[in-house]
Design a protein around this ligand. Structure first.
Ligand SMILES: Cc1cc2nc3c(=O)[nH]c(=O)nc-3n(C[C@H](O)[C@H](O)[C@H](O)COP(=O)(O)OP(=O)(O)OC[C@H]3O[C@@H](n4cnc5c(N)ncnc54)[C@H](O)[C@@H]3O)c2cc1C
Length: 225
């Protein structure tokens, strides 16, 4: 369910239970051609945001996959899938920083140019402080993202740092996009405005690759307390 880009995919990486008796250890990974008999990609689902990608449900019915299509050893899938997921969290953090920066840039530009009550909106301390807070939180997000990426590149443990970066950067992104919509007034609320799109796009970053609650669980478990 909810598989990004499945309507365009020629092949898919499928994480499947191959030995139910082993529980989480009974999982393997397969590369599966999209035209395999028994595999159906349903019609694209309609989303709130992220209009540049499509997603759909994939249905497997009596779909037989040859053993040569298995990636890696049998029943070693969970650890491999989790490794990919952890790197995906660092990517989500970077996505949040990029989206947040774009939203902040729109706020800076609009609030510098828009004249109300005899001066630009940036003449108001509230506006300046909100944009300064956006910049500060985004910078902290970026440094956290870089830190986790450097650990991953160096082959050092990075599960906790990846979750921290993902949690902080994506929640920051949602906060920045909401504030950008607020500071942009009615024009930001219009469909022509990129800010309303950022506002619709940002939320999924807190949901995909493990929700914020899952990140908090991971961080707590790794605090060693
Ligand atoms: C746009 C989009 C694209 C996606 N693309 C893909 C994709 O390509 N591949 C793929 O595999 N998946 C994809 N997903 C699915 C995504 O990974 C899941 O939506 C996500 O992991 C959350 O799972 P869920 O939707 O089942 O939420 P649920 O598990 O139903 O959670 C609902 C709420 O309950 C909370 N919750 C759940 N368990 C706990 C707990 N133990 N403690 C506290 N709170 C909890 C969650 O944090 C959340 O707030 C996509 C989703 C979206 C929206």
């Amino acid at each position: 369910m909810y598989i990004t880009n499945s309507p365009f995919a020629d092949f898919m990486i499928v994480v499947a239970v191959t030995n139910p008796e082993l529980g989480l250890k009974g999982i393997s990974i397969f590369i599966v051609d999209a035209d395999t008999p028994g595999l159906t990609v349903n019609a694209p689902l309609k989303k709130l945001g992220m209009g540049a990608s499509e997603m759909a449900e994939i249905v497997f019915e009596d779909c037989r996959i040859p053993v040569e299509n298995r990636l890696g050893p049998e029943e070693a899938g969970l650890i491999r899938a989790l490794k990919v997921l952890t790197l995906g969290r660092i990517a989500s953090a970077a996505f949040g920083v990029g989206l947040g920066r774009a939203a902040m840039q729109e706020s800076r530009s609009y609030c510098s140019q828009r004249v109300q009550f005899g001066g630009p909106l940036t003449a108001n301390q509230f506006v300046r402080f909100t944009i300064a807070d956006m910049a500060t939180r985004l910078e902290a997000s970026w440094q956290s993202c870089l830190h986790s990426a450097r650990l991953a590149d160096a082959g050092q443990p990075h599960d906790r740092e990846a979750s921290m970066a993902k949690l902080f950067a994506t929640e920051t992104c949602t906060w920045v996009c909401e504030r950008a919509l607020h500071l942009g007034g009615a024009q930001a609320y219009m469909k022509e405005s990129p800010v309303q799109r950022f506002y619709r796009d940002c939320k999924v970053l807190e949901i995909g690759e493990g929700t914020s609650e899952i990140q908090r669980e991971t961080i707590f478990k790794q605090l060693g307390v």
